[in-house]
Design a protein. Structure first.
Ligand code: GLU
Length: 538
């Protein structure tokens, strides 16, 4: 028997690889167009680092007129978590990161789920067997255990390589007999590598790296007929026309194997861009942001607490590209899409992921929103997560006025980082407990003095038709009449001459009307509350 007959015995129904080469045509894209992909395994929720990978993949494809694909890598079916693939897709959708092609957007290079591509991998494995570049291996787990023990006692590297490869040189007839007799087997790659030699890998992020050649005869098709991750990576990225692979740097040690697979299969290898993991401070030391320990590692977390997707992405872009912050300063109003992303500006070492900084970014992002945008996003969020906020927002016309306070001007309010902050930031505009006498009045605390200030203000000065300047002048007149300074600095220069300053007076009015000593602009608040409500509150 020859190797072609062996290949036919193993994969009698597999098609010729020319069928697939013909079916999946070279993409008709212009020079320099990048075809990228995000390739999650459906083993749980999407890590925030995965969102960053997807964002980079999308950005590079868009920027170069290429394509961005999402491929579900579910060949390890034991680790698969039910529904995870759908959840990952939904999560990408929540971040506006849906690709050009995926299980949700069938393109011409599908299926986009590896478990549905079994016949494709088998065809390529068959072609390798025909050429003597792959072989069936009958080693049981006990055999492999034995090899390992022998290697350990001989103080040699572990694995299936070189002289330890029991089945590599098995005569074809013997292999065929075993197969016919029903012995279980898998297919291994016959590695041509020599680890004494180095390969030069030129990474788009990490630069030049020397790595030892691979000599492991890795499994390419498992006993369930599905490929291993490595083999599927080579076949899929080739057939899907991917030319840039951005992924986590934990895959760097596999690069020699991957390049060898591409080469042996006769494929052009993609460019690799390996990104460092996100880090977190724990006490004095840094560690990887962990799915197990850190809620913020879960990409779904941000939707739950209501950080706008735009803010999450801005923050990730901050981490990803060192020059983004500068660009944002120079272009405060441009959409992030216009930022020219550059792989060369990616950090080689892991960046710190800092939730507090992300929330700062979110405050800025939300400060640029119009009242209508705040309303729409917050309403959507509240529908799912906050019944009480939803109740407030049901009054749309009034809510738009409330949300318009200190918005759309040169110094917009920046106190909201996430929709879960919103209720507390605006609730006093809707409900007010007049009986509550325990407000923090700060400087002026004497109830008689407070009553006097409030009474005089509303009897003598308050006129809802006043413009802002008049309103403010009147506040000063009131201060003066009661023995407080008109300006803060007058008081500071001569504290004994006054009972306090105009700010103390306006705080009394503020607290009386809102129950809080810190709010956005009091004039605007009073305009929105309106006379009737104001009088009710006092
Ligand atoms: N499925 C692999 C993972 O989830 C993808 C690695 C790659 O992007 O090549 O880590």
């Amino acid at each position: 028997m020859n190797s072609t007959e062996l290949a036919n015995l193993i994969f009698p129904n597999a098609k010729e690889i020319s069928y697939y080469e013909e079916k999946y045509k070279t993409r008709d894209l212009s020079e320099g167009a990048l075809v990228t992909r995000y390739a999650p395994s459906p083993t749980g929720f999407n890590h925030i680092g995965g969102v960053m990978q997807a964002m980079i993949a999308q950005k590079l494809a868009k920027q170069t007129g290429g394509k961005y694909i999402v491929r579900i890598e579910d060949t390890d079916q034991k680790r698969e978590v039910e529904n995870a693939a759908e959840q990952i897709m939904q999560n990408l959708k929540d971040f506006d990161l849906l690709p050009d092609e995926s299980i949700w957007q069938e393109g011409q290079y599908g299926p986009y789920k590896q478990s549905q591509r079994a016949e494709i991998y088998q065809a390529y494995a068959k072609s390798l067997i025909e050429k003597g570049l792959a072989y069936p291996c009958f080693c049981s787990s006990e055999d492999l255990e034995q090899i390992r023990t022998n290697q350990e006692s001989a103080k040699e590297r572990t694995g299936y390589y070189g002289k330890w490869t029991k089945c590599r040189n098995m005569p074809i007839d013997m292999a065929a007999d075993k197969i016919k007799a029903g012995e279980p087997y898998i297919i291994r790659f016959k590695s041509p590598g020599n680890p004494e030699k180095k390969i030069k890998h030129k990474d788009a992020i990490k630069g030049n790296i020397d790595l030892p050649e691979n000599d492991q005869d890795i499994v390419i098709i498992k006993s369930d007929g599905l490929p291993t991750f490595h083999f599927a990576h080579a076949v899929d990225d080739h057939l899907m026309g991917v030319n840039l692979v951005n992924r986590s740097d934990e895959w760097i040690p596999s690069v020699p194997l991957h390049l060898q697979l591409f080469y042996t299969l006769g494929f052009k290898s993609p460019k690799y861009a390996h990104t460092a993991p996100m880090m977190k401070m724990e006490g004095e030391s840094r560690r990887k942001l962990s799915k197990r320990k850190d809620p913020e590692a879960n990409a779904g977390y941000y939707r739950e607490i209501g950080v706008p997707k735009e803010a999450v992405k801005e923050y990730l872009m901050n981490i990803a590209n060192s020059n983004f912050e500068m660009w944002r300063k120079q272009n405060p109003d441009k959409p992030m899409d216009e930022f020219p992303f550059d792989l060369k500006k990616m950090g080689v070492a892991g960046a710190l992921f800092d939730l507090v900084k992300m929330l700062d970014v979110a405050k800025n992002v939300i400060s640029r929103y119009s009242a209508q945008e705040v309303y729409d996003e917050a309403y959507d969020w509240a529908k799912e997560y906050d019944e009480e906020l939803l109740q407030l927002l049901e009054n749309k016309e009034y809510s738009l006025k409330v949300l318009g306070i200190e918005r759309g001007n040169a110094k917009p309010r920046k106190d909201i980082a996430k929709w879960s902050d919103l209720k507390n930031a605006i609730s006093y505009m809707y409900e007010f407990d007049k009986e509550n006498t325990h407000f923090e009045y700060q400087k002026i605390t004497d109830p008689a003095e407070i009553d006097k200030i409030v009474k005089m203000y509303f009897e003598k000065y308050y006129d809802p038709k006043d413009d802002k300047q008049t309103w403010f002048d009147k506040m000063k007149d009131l201060a003066e009449e009661l023995g407080y300074s008109r300006e803060v600095k007058e008081y500071k220069a001569n504290p004994d001459a006054y009972r306090g300053h105009v700010g103390d007076i306006s705080t009394v009015i503020r607290v009386k009307l809102t129950g809080r000593c810190q709010t956005p602009d009091l004039y605007e608040i009073m305009q929105v509350l309106g006379k009737e409500e104001i009088l009710r509150r006092i």
